[in-house]
Structures are given as structure tokens and as C-alpha cells.
Design a binder for this molecule. Sequence first.
Ligand SMILES: Nc1ncnc2c1ncn2[C@@H]1O[C@H](COP(=O)(O)OP(=O)(O)OP(=O)(O)O)[C@@H](O)[C@H]1O
Ligand SMILES: [Mg+2]
Length: 308
Amino acid sequence: MIGNSPSLNAVRRAVERVASTDATVLLLGETGTGKELVARALHNSSPRRTSAFVPVSCVALAPGLITSELFGHEPGAFTNAVKKRIGRFEQAHGGTLFLDEIGEMPEEAQALLLRVLQERVIERVGGDAVPVDVRIVAATNRNLAEEASAGRFRADLFYRLNVFPIALPPLRERREDIPVLAEHFLRELAGRHRRSVSRIPASTLRFLMVHDWPGNIRELRNVLERGVIVSEGDDLAFDPSWLAGASTAETAQTWAAQERQRILDALRAAAGRVYGPGGAAQRLGLNPTTLYGKMKKHGIAKSDTNWK
Ligand SMILES: Nc1ncnc2c1ncn2[C@@H]1O[C@H](COP(=O)(O)OP(=O)(O)OP(=O)(O)O)[C@@H](O)[C@H]1O
Ligand SMILES: [Mg+2]
């Protein structure tokens, strides 16, 4: 978990406190805030780390298959049940069951889950009751309390799950984490995609710092990945249009993009020459030092381009 903002450190402390227990944890946060990452971290720092971490996407639980998916079945329990199937709960025995997107769980599954949480026993379809020892971690990007009071989620299940809630802050509320996260993803992705890119230009970082990041850390990572893939030199390539719903960035973008284009045009007209009569600096009415500063800011490297 990268980041040192007070709100992320609070999440870290909460994870450390609760990891050693068997308490049910409810992870709340917008999409891309790191709920799954935290769920895995929680499992890996718990005494259950040597047993399985079993993620279940609750959206994908088709009504007819819920019971067999969660609890398994015996051979011949129903048509097509040829072999015995171990359900998710049993797979997670001794470990952690991660119920992802719990807010989307179909009603039928909610009722079944509630029973297991109360009794800690599952029944394989067509089979006997088996006691299970699982730690439950659930996650949702919905406001589950609101869903429960509006009758869209079983209130009794909500109270069973809401034992130890951990709220993951959206990225726009901890902007100080953006530079370290961006550097982290830059290194990771440059390695993965075999690119030599190693720097985030200051002008790019400014865009990253003001963007609202509706897709949170996942969106930031995607932007870095895109930039790394198209980068040719040391500087990260970037275009503000890559930012989702880039309204805040747009004004700044127009301005910066226009300046960048003027510099590129002047360099081209001067065949890459900065100094002297007819050089790019003179064409732009700037002194050469200022122009070099601006080129650096815009990620324009004089050396790696053929200006003719
Ligand atoms: N603090 C962090 N440090 C490093 N990487 C992070 C951090 N938080 C999230 N990530 C990365 O961001 C991406 C999104 O995280 P994750 O999948 O855990 O989000 P989520 O909350 O489960 O999203 P969703 O609700 O859309 O499923 C992942 O690639 C994850 O590794
Ligand atoms: Mg997730």
C-alpha cells in the first residue's frame, strides 16, 4: 500500500489492529480506492495467511446457482451435478472469504449468507451440514447503511457485516499521495513494458494533482500505463485528454498545449536550433534559457527529435 497521507495511515492502523482477530470487516469506498488490495493485505497479515483467500464477486451470483457456488453440492444432488463440488465457503476454510461488491448481492443469496453468518455451518446441496471456519471480509462501493434503510439491502445482514467498517478515502481527498503513487506505478509499469521512461515532467504532475480522479487509484494507474507505453524517452508521455471527464484540466490543457505547439513549431522552423538569429528562441521572443526551461516543462527533448 503506497501513500503516506493521514487518511491512508489511519486505514493502515485499522488493518493492523483488526488483522489478528476473526472479526468481520466491511470495506467501504468508491471504485478503485483499493478495497481488494486492503482485503488481501488484511488476510496476509492475519494468522490465516497460510490458508486460502477466496474472492467471490457477489454480482456474478446467478440466482439458481448461488447455493452450489457458495456451499457446494454432492454428486447427484440435482440434474447435472455429476461430481462433488466444493463451495466457496469450504474453499476458504481456515482462511478468508472476500465477498466483493456485497451491495449487489441478490436477495436470495443475502438470506443464505445471513444464516451462515449466524450459524457458521453450511449445508452442501444434497449433503450434510459442515462447520466452516472463515473470516469474512466484505466490500462495496455503495453506501450500505443507506441501502439498508431504503430496504434495498437486508438490514439484519448489514448489521452482521458492519462489525468493523473501514472506509477507504477517495484519491481526491488525499492528493498528497498522488506523486508517490505515480512514481510507484511509473517504475512498476516501465519495468513491465520494458520502457526506459523514468521521469514525470512537472507540467504532467500538475495535471495529476488537480484532477478529481473519479476512478481513483485504478484511473491513475491506467493513465500512467498509457503514458509509459507511448513514451519514447526518459520523460513520461501524457495528454490531459486521458483524464476521465477532464473538466478541471481542460482550461489549463488548452493553454499548455498551445504553448507546447508554438515551441515545437518554432523548433521545426529553426531545424532544431535554439540559439542565434533565426533560432527558436528568437522566433518566440524568449531568451534561450527560458526556452530550455519551457522545453523541459513540456517534455520536449531537443536531442531525440529530428526537427527537419
Ligand atoms: N495504496 C495503494 N498503493 C498501491 N496501489 C494501490 C493502492 N490502492 C489501490 N491500488 C491499486 O489500484 C487498483 C485498484 O485497487 P482495487 O482493485 O483494490 O480497488 P477496489 O476498491 O476494489 O475497486 P472496485 O470497487 O472498482 O472493485 C489496483 O491495481 C490496486 O493494486
Ligand atoms: Mg474491487
